[in-house]
Design a binder for this molecule. Structure first.
Ligand code: C2E
Ligand code: MG
Ligand code: MG
Ligand code: MG
Length: 285
């Protein structure tokens, strides 16, 4: 009867869930105007070259300064942007903003920009990249795109990656090891860099299995002619072990993501530190 059906509906569709759906819609509507309202920002996290113990570049990470909800992290709004298609405009904004920022840095520093697979599938993507590079007059080799393995990174996206790579732009495979078909991507595309996911770095050096996995991934990368970056290095112990094995290290142990305005002071601090000490350990910022 009606009562039973009503009760059934209540069970399927709890108020809290309805509220959450409404909340998602509200957030998506806000997101549509976030860029034009100047609410989007990029934070920059250093990528430390282990050989020189110097910053080799920065990864640009999106932040959304929402007027009433405060700072929203990308894991919360990137999925919304992907579902709604807003990622095309937001991704272009991020690419342009990151290149404009990198143009102010010493020219040996690179900038890494995260790219969603929906952007790769977009017909104008190559044009967007070429135009953004031309507008900033930056050496193409200073730009690196980070793509995450996902079901959408398919055969159809590989030709575009090849064309971008031919421009001199690096292509990194992000969060390596967490996807479903990591190895088959390596077979089909020559990435310039592998970024080993934080989940493998977390239990190094205590856990023998994690160490074996990291060593094997590093071997694989070397054999296939790729650089290797370790993500999420948080402790001195992790750093010491990882620095022996990887070309680059990224993580809170080196530095947390910072605002563009903080970069000059960070670089100045780093070069002072390198001049005055012989420490093997990078500055903790
Ligand atoms: P990601 O590309 O793998 O970026 C690394 C994430 O790990 C960042 O989170 C960074 O703040 C965090 N992280 C770095 N070092 C450490 C550490 O030592 N410990 C821990 N616990 N975390 C660390 P964030 O900034 O929240 O970004 C999350 C994800 O959002 C990124 O993961 C990336 O997939 C995505 N994202 C960020 N910016 C963009 C963008 O402009 N476009 C697209 N499509 N995705 C983006
Ligand atoms: Mg990334
Ligand atoms: Mg990652
Ligand atoms: Mg990630």
């Amino acid at each position: 009867d009606a009562k039973a059906a009503g009760r059934g509906r209540v069970m399927l569709f709890e108020p809290s869930m309805e509220a959450r759906i409404r909340d998602r819609w509200a957030l998506m509507a806000d997101l549509a105007h976030a860029a034009e309202n100047g609410e989007l920002e990029l934070a920059y996290q250093p990528l430390l070259d282990t050989a020189s113990r110097r910053t080799g570049g920065f990864e640009a990470l999106l932040r959304w300064r929402h007027p009433s909800r405060g700072m929203i992290r990308p894991d919360e709004f990137i999925p919304l942007a992907e579902e709604s298609g807003l990622i095309i405009a937001i991704g272009e904004w991020a690419l342009r903003a990151a290149l404009a920022e990198a143009a102010k840095w010493p020219e040996e520093l690179s900038v890494a920009v995260n790219i969603s697979t929906r952007q790769l599938a977009h017909a104008q993507f190559l044009d967007t990249i070429i135009t953004a590079l031309m507008d900033t007059c930056i050496d193409h080799r200073r730009l690196e795109l980070e793509v995450t393995e996902s079901a959408l990174l398919s055969e159809t996206n590989l030709p575009i990656l090849t064309e971008i790579n031919h421009l001199g732009v690096g292509i990194a495979l992000d969060d390596f090891g967490t996807g479903y078909s990591s190895l088959s991507y390596l077979q089909r595309f020559q990435f310039s860099k592998l970024k080993i996911d934080r989940s493998f770095i977390r239990s190094v050096p205590a856990d023998a299995k994690s160490k074996a996995i990291v060593r094997t991934v590093v071997d694989l990368a070397r054999t296939l002619g790729m650089h290797v970056t370790a993500e999420g290095v948080e402790t001195a112990e992790q750093f010491e072990w990882i620095a022996e094995n990887c070309d680059q290290v990224q993580g809170y142990f080196i530095a947390r993501p910072m605002s563009a305005a903080e970069i000059p002071a960070y670089l100045a601090f780093e070069s002072d530190k390198n001049r005055t000490t012989r420490s093997d350990v990078p500055p903790r910022v």
